[in-house]
Design a protein around this ligand. Structure first.
Ligand code: ADP
Ligand code: MG
Length: 499
């Protein structure tokens, strides 16, 4: 009898031990997934420097010939940037962001805090896929009402100058004209593709009887560099890290080899890199990136952007959690939400990453509310925070490498330019500013801190000290109005010559 009890007790003990071993094995598997993620997202300074070099080399290639690189290096014909001396009232239209906006800014002839009047509204959905005339009539009407509401007279005989920010791929033909290459985001107006964009707006303004001239047609990064330069004359580049990511910079025209004989008064021009499409074998890529790309509507497109911008970071994290959930039961039964593309948005991911409560209650709440994963142990919640950290750290460090790549291309990284030669210490580093905009940088503290940290690691303290990262606010709107100003008074529109 007593023997029987002893045997039963042993069996129970064996069962408990067995369970523990099994759960430890499962935990080990999850830790293995994390380790693999960390390894494949590795961004040592050495690797970042390779990305820097690749960016500078691709910039050269994209400037050398049309289609010479994944970097399009688009000419903008913006050959002067605001100096602060601009004077008068200028308008801007911003189409292509989340909302359509009209704005007016009054400039007093010296640098000052700008306080534009802004009005924003969504574009009615049917207009996004209808006829181009209807879209531009809608835009012209909004502008007409906006002008009417302000102190400015609609009927004024003086032509008002307008900056038009149009954040879609455009082949620019002058500073104030360009042809739509293709629509992106929710827009799909067939009769507009291949047509001149500013002209279509200009005609609508005329139909409306509005005495206004489209002085510049730009994309949002170009507006940002303009606003950056207005506030800081050492600004040489602008970077946007929001839903997507892109950059532009101030280049010497003689370096734009694919357009020989380009003459501008300043000897320089803003080049729109379209850096979201950058690619290099040195980029640390994971199986999650490969899957995300393959399942996206634009595979093999925007590779850099897919590792960096707000549209994608949350979805990379979702894919890692899904993989862990499939490999073990630490997240309970696999939640069906984990299979939904973009179920986890980047702001929610950032909130988990930055949860500083000891029990990680915000992580628990988001996992439950967003991904339908309730009640997981603290150590699993910590794991989720770690995933967010790995993904965001990689993104921010790659963005930093991209920025240094630009600085290297224009000889502002302290290395004496792409051909090298001089050692870092004998180069006198000029103060250099980069304008940055976008919610990832401005709203996501960890992202911003990792970006700064990487800049310092790559450049070294001595050089990094001279590089300012300036946040601009609403370059895509205000910057376009500033460009309308700097391209109206100087008359530089006609100054660009091809000889
Ligand atoms: P847009 O790129 O549309 O012009 P933003 O620069 O504001 O606008 O970027 C919006 C993107 O930034 C969103 O798609 C989102 O992914 C991301 N985002 C917004 N808020 C946060 C946040 N607090 N933390 C992290 N990412 C954020
Ligand atoms: Mg934006």
């Amino acid at each position: 009898m007593s023997v029987g009890v002893a045997v039963a007790a042993c069996a129970v003990a064996a069962l408990v031990v067995g369970r523990r071993v099994k759960s430890r094995r499962k935990w080990n598997r999850v830790v293995g997934v994390l380790k693999e993620l960390e390894e494949s997202c590795e961004t040592t300074v050495g690797r970042l420097r390779q990305v820097v070099d690749a960016m500078a080399v691709e910039m050269h290639a994209g400037l050398a010939s049309e289609g010479g690189s994944k970097l399009k290096m688009l000419l903008t014909f913006v050959d002067n940037l605001p100096s602060g001396s601009e004077k008068g009232i200028f308008y801007a239209l911003d189409l292509g962001g989340t909302n359509f906006r009209v704005l007016r800014v009054e400039l007093g002839g010296q640098r000052s805090d700008l306080d534009p009047d802004v009005e924003q509204q969504p574009i009615p959905e049917q207009l996004m896929t209808g006829r181009s005339e209807d879209l531009f009539d809608f835009i012209a009407s909004s502008l007409y009402q906006f002008v009417e509401k302000g102190n400015d007279s609609v009927q004024s005989p003086v032509t008002k100058e307008l900056g038009f920010t149009f954040s879609f791929p455009v082949k620019q033909t002058s500073v104030s004209s360009g042809v739509l290459i293709k629509w992106t985001k929710a827009f799909a107006i067939k009769d507009m593709v291949g047509k001149e964009v500013a002209g279509a707006l200009q005609q609508a303004l005329t139909r409306k009887g509005l005495n206004m001239r489209v002085a510049v047609l730009v994309n949002d990064t170009v507006g940002t560099i303009a606003l950056g330069r207005y506030h800081d004359e050492d600004t040489v580049a602008a970077v946007i890290i929001g839903t997507g990511t892109n950059a532009c910079y101030w280049e010497r025209t003689d370096a734009i080899i694919k357009c020989q004989g380009l003459l501008t008064t300043s000897g320089s021009m803003v080049v729109n890199m379209e850096w979201g499409h950058f690619w290099s074998s040195h980029l640390p890529r994971t199986s999650y990136d490969i899957e995300l790309d393959a399942e996206s509507p634009n595979p093999n497109d925007q590779g850099f952007e897919k590792m960096i911008s707000g549209m994608y970071l949350g979805d990379i994290v979702r894919r890692v959690i899904l993989r862990m959930s499939e490999e073990s039961d630490i997240f309970g039964p696999v939640s069906s939400r984990l299979y939904m593309p973009f179920a986890l948005r980047t702001p929610a991911m950032a909130a988990m990453h930055e949860d500083d409560s000891p029990e990680l209650m915000e992580v628990a709440r988001i996992l439950k509310d967003v991904l339908d994963i309730p009640d997981i142990p603290l150590k699993a919640r910590k794991l989720v925070v770690k995933i967010c950290d790995v993904v965001t750290r990689r993104a921010a460090r790659l963005a930093a490498a991209g920025i240094v790549g630009i600085l290297k291309k224009i000889g502002r990284d302290g290395s004496g330019g792409i051909t090298g030669g001089r050692s870092r210490s004998d180069v006198k580093m000029r103060r250099t500013a980069v304008a940055v905009e976008g919610s990832l940088y401005t709203q996501y503290t960890m992202f911003r801190e990792y970006l700064h940290e990487a800049l310092h690691e790559i450049l070294g303290e001595d050089i990094a000290r001279h590089v300012m990262i300036n946040v601009t606010e609403d370059g895509s709107g205000t910057g376009a109005a500033l460009l309308a100003a700097s391209h109206s008074s100087s008359g530089s529109v006609d100054n660009i010559q091809l000889v």
